[in-house]
Design a protein around this ligand. Sequence first.
Ligand code: SAH
Length: 397
Amino acid sequence: MTVILDMARADAPAPAALPGLIGLTRQDLAAALAGIGVPEHQQRMRSNQLWRWMYNRGATSFDAMTDIGRDLRRALEAGFSLARPGIVAEQISGDGTRKWLLRLEPDAAGRRHEIETVYIPEADRGTLCISSQVGCTLACTFCHTGTQTLVRNLTAAEIVSQVLIARDRLGEWPQGLAANPHPPAGGRTITNVVLMGMGEPLYNFDHVKAAVDIIADGEGLSLSKRRITLSTAGVVPQIPRAGAEIGTMLAISLHATTDEVRDRLVPLNRKYPIADLLRACRAYPGLSNARRITFEYVMLKGLNDAPADARRLVALLKGIPAKINLIPFNPWPGTAHECSDWETIERFAEIVNRAGYASPVRTPRGRDIMAACGQLKSASERLRAKERRGPEAAERA
Ligand code: SAH
């Protein structure tokens, strides 16, 4: 495990907060340019140039933007920022999973919150797991993020920046790829993005939508919406809107097959029970065998892992083009839950398999750096303690 503490950058006093350009829609970008006197007939061309520099080349300074005249570059520099959140720590797991702890700009009360972003390399893909909120209000009993009381929505800029930072660190901008002696197959290190980090994306609908539009934009980061998955614990009224307005793939954190059990594990179920949730799933636009909903199911010893649960699960999902992802529970300090035994998971998987769902068990990744599902934030708290002892102590740990 490697820990890099970039305290200089993360702890630097926030620069006199200039408005940021990252995260703006194309329209708002043009309006920002109008604000510094760019004439109307140039606004579209200039915002296209900026867009390409920010999202296609990863520029972090206006100086780099060689096809923009010096006077305009100066004006941009005086008026706007391209800053991304600071990286407090980067951890690399024995299995290649990477996790970044990011420190955000101060909020109105001057507090600098932190979030985590995880990169999971696999043979045929690289998945970036991004956060949509600081903390989470849902308090699912098995999820560590839910024990964090402090919650705020991330801005579109903070959501998009997670992708930019991952590309910075993975050397995925054109300059880095050109210099890479072992370029990734297909030319991409990050092939998929999942909104499965901290937070409930459908409680931060507008910012998530704006961020997805930027991440999917063909002249920028250019990750197709079919390669972006939004995971929700089941905010039912927002699911049709997500289908119509965000248009990514959908994942549902189901985790139980009866309301009685789901009420306990995912308290949001008391508001939106299983039948309502699955009705919204059935109506999700564009479903087919090639475009399925992923149902996530965390395996909790003695709670939801009986063969009867597996059979009920299959029955519930009947008629929905679905993938089932069985997730071995990832423990965290203080949790009351335990992961199901391996034989129990296999028995469950076999029932699900026989019903026609392929390869359903998700291998835990990055457990050694607390980067696996539901472990986010815990490591940040640990690191904060180390930080107080200084970077050397953290490196030795
Ligand atoms: N709020 C959204 C996004 C978070 S996604 C949602 O609930 O879908 C995080 C995924 O990891 C969810 O499926 C969540 O249920 C699962 N998860 C949470 N804690 C976990 C743990 N300790 N072990 C395994 N999976 C967990």
